[in-house]
Design a protein around this ligand. Structure first.
Ligand code: ZN
Length: 164
């Protein structure tokens, strides 16, 4: 792993590692102490790095949206791109057309995918979603759909069994 190469064999805490990644990314130091002058966007960059790390290393998580408040869009986006259930963290999740289902008789290949929003849901949560009105599901699980570019949709299609 590149990071280990950079750091040598020195043992570091996860916190130090994220601060290190942050400095690599931005060329600046960050501190989240009360006296720090980190701006909101600094913290967003740091949170992005933490989320990237979680997905790149398949770190299991539960209720991820609760531990990452204020940064939901990126979290839901990563869940979709990695096909990880955004509610329970289970892998190989279905990619659901979240707010608006593809209508009956629509040929999925001809549907403009950029018009839809998506959410990654495991089979169990996917089933639960379809068992109740969308508004109720959103209220209960706080899931938000994300929009994708055509390129991102193609990327997921390559690894998706069911197609989206
Ligand atoms: Zn799930």
């Amino acid at each position: 792993m590149i990071l280990m190469h950079l750091l040598g064999n020195r043992e570091i805490s996860l916190k130090e590692m994220f601060y290190f990644l942050y400095e690599q990314e931005t060329g600046r130091e960050i501190s989240l102490k009360n006296t720090s002058n980190a701006s909101v966007s600094d913290v967003v960059v740091l949170t992005d790095l933490v989320i990237d790390f979680i997905f790149e290393n398949d770190i299991p998580f539960k209720d991820g949206y609760e531990i990452l408040p204020g940064h939901l869009d990126y979290y839901f986006y990563k869940c979709v791109m990695n096909r990880v259930c955004c509610i329970c963290g289970k892998q190989n999740a279905d990619i659901d057309h979240f707010s608006e289902p593809v209508g009956m008789g629509n040929n999925r290949n001809k549907v403009d995918g950029e018009k839809y929003d998506y959410a990654a849901l495991c089979r169990e949560h996917h089933t639960i979603k379809h068992s109740m009105p969308l508004g109720e599901f959103k209220d209960r699980y706080k899931v938000k759909g994300v929009r994708l570019t055509q390129e991102e949709i193609e990327k997921i299609r390559k690894v998706s069994y069911e197609g989206i």
